[in-house]
Design a protein around this ligand. Sequence first.
Ligand SMILES: [Zn+2]
Length: 435
Amino acid sequence: MKLYDIIKKLGLSCLLVIGAALWSHSAQAHTAMKWCTKWRSHYVDAGHGEDVFTSDSPYKRAAQYTRYKVSRTDTGQVIGSGYLDSSGCTPYLTATGGVEYKFSQGSLVYRSGVGLIYAHPDNNTWGPSAGYVYYNNYFTTLALVVDGHYTHTFEPNTLGPRTNVMPIIGKVLSKYSDLGYPTGKNTYIHTDCYPGRALATCCGDGGAYHIGGGYICMGPGDWGDGGEGGGEGSTYWKFILGHEIGHRVSSAHDGPYGFDYSIDDTNPQCNCDHVATGSQLHCMQSLENASVAEGEGFAHFFSSALFNNRSSSSGIFVYPKETWFYWPEDGWIEVPPERPFDLTQYTRWKEGVCGSYHDYRGVELDWLEFFWHAWTTADDYTRLTVPELMSVWDEADSSYWENLLAAAADLWLYTEPNKVLQFLDKGINAGVDHD
Ligand SMILES: [Zn+2]
């Protein structure tokens, strides 16, 4: 055999070996695919210095904990289903080459050990099946796939009330521990309310509100004519949805909650006569029954805790109604909706503006600042968690300060006195320490 022939033969056999190896590799025609997806969302009240979801333009955000299903388009065979991870991705699934897959994403989120939150579609049937599939994406694998691990991310363009709600409820599950979001309880958010559209469970007057039992109604369809969103529904205001989820959390813990919204203060800065955007029932700076000021203040706080990090040195809450601001040169100024409040301050609105100390009333802004500082600021004491804060209301006989402080003492005086001191210290600083 000539050398040339030997080389040629060796070369050929080498090629054959390589070819066989490639064939045996691709002959399976299987590979590991991970699919990720997003929700396009638009929050007109974003970008004021908060930490979470900071763009006020339409933006695609990871579909954290979203329900999904992956199936073959041709045979319908399901190769994976469940809930996406904290990055909005499936686990690696075994896929076949040259096949089109349908990837369905549903408008509900679930995290093991926490619970389910539904963003409800446009009908009055509550439940998992209604929100199961919101829309489908399609993906075709290469005809010849080599065994390996591949990731593909979908970029859906659909935008609307439900796609706005999805990243927010995914974030609630992602931060549930910091937020004190209750475990083992489901939350149902109706996203398509507008005035005059009463459904069986929701939307009676079109407002954005929590109706107990974990049900939240988002509307009206036309919130915020004065805001930069120019008439978008309340799901375009992330701090509103965060606030309603706050009521759900408070109610689950038997925390502060009030229904008697009577406000009769004649001081314009301490009533809501100036409010044109949203309800005049209550507002940020009005002098309200203590139980309402505490419940609404907590809901503002919860929204702040959702969109700011507990470890951050700053904290911003953006309010969707008109508010008052005192400017030394011009006197009182009415600030339009979408005003950012700097939570690192103590305003003491009741003490400084409303002036009546011992009237069993309170101001939402003061209570917002109380909860924020009690939750974030360690000082010499101990930061209180949301469940700890809620346990004070659960323990107390009434929503009056005297009873709240007594309840805090009952809970912690002999075991963790720093927690009582934290409650008292932040109460004095926020100016909520009055009956
Ligand atoms: Zn509220």
